[in-house]
Design a protein around this ligand. Structure first.
Ligand SMILES: [Fe+2]
Ligand SMILES: [Fe+2]
Length: 252
């Protein structure tokens, strides 16, 4: 599938395009360390979100434990600066069986999709870290921007609405990441350009995974909720934001 075809559903899902001012800021080489660092943390958060979802709603207890252990070295790296590429690479090969708990609404097929998603996010994490290391960009934990929180604070407070809303937010985060990778890629050097284009395919699929899971759980039309979060998302992207990050608004 061509990049244009991959991006078409994403562009129609998102209610605005990335503003030019963000692209202009992101392509300046002095901003590359913060862009890559934030990207690295976003990959971990993406893995954590997917894992949280299946641990809470879908898998049995021992599978939940296996999932936690899988993520641990990545969390240690980000929160405690422990470990390195070598220790992380051992956790890239994940092949344990993750099984649904009894009476789960979410079946094995969805679990398999989410486990694949986690695997891909952790692989992306590893790839970003490899690039940072090769360029002597040190990893320093940075604070989160306003973006994800700006959406999450609008999540309803009862089930299954909580789950449905979280999945819709997940779909927006994946879709925006995909759109931004495509926007910034042509302005970066060869290696980063290729890397960001290579990410489009999986992120485009992740957006669809979240959206179809939200529709499956709801069992009814959720277009009003999609519209609701779409407007919040577009506002976070198109209004002034002094904290430059991967998902920030218009730089000031
Ligand atoms: Fe990713
Ligand atoms: Fe993703």
């Amino acid at each position: 599938m061509s990049t244009e075809n991959l991006l078409a559903p994403i562009k129609s899902f998102l209610k605005c395009e990335t503003p030019q001012a963000w692209i202009d800021k992101a392509k300046q080489s002095e901003n590359l360390p913060v862009l890559l660092t934030d990207h690295l943390i976003c990959e971990l958060k993406a893995a954590q979100t997917a894992m949280w979802l299946i641990r809470n709603y879908a898998v049995d207890k021992s599978s939940g434990q296996v999932l936690l252990e899988w993520l641990q070295p990545y969390e240690k790296y980000i929160y405690r600066k422990e470990g390195d590429l070598e220790t992380l690479s051992q956790k890239l090969k994940f092949s344990k069986a993750i099984l649904p708990k009894s009476n789960s609404l979410i079946g094995q097929d969805v679990i398999d999709k989410m486990v694949l998603l986690i695997k891909e996010e952790l692989h992306h994490f590893y790839q970003v870290l490899e690039i940072m290391n090769a360029r002597n960009i040190p990893y320093d934990n940075i604070t989160a921007g306003r973006y994800a929180k700006g959406m999450m604070t609008n999540i309803r407070t009862h089930e299954p609405a909580i789950l449905i809303d979280k999945l819709i937010c997940g779909a927006y985060i994946e879709a925006r990441s995909c759109e931004r990778f495509a926007k910034i890629a042509p302005h970066l050097d060869d290696e980063l350009n290729k890397f960001y284009v290579s990410l489009l395919r999986s992120e485009a699929r992740h957006f669809q995974d979240y959206l179809s899971l939200a529709e499956l759980i709801a069992g009814e039309d959720i277009s009003d909720r999609i519209q609701f979060f779409g407007e919040i998302e577009a506002q976070l992207i198109s209004t002034p934001d002094e904290d430059f990050k991967f998902h920030s608004g218009v730089p000031i």
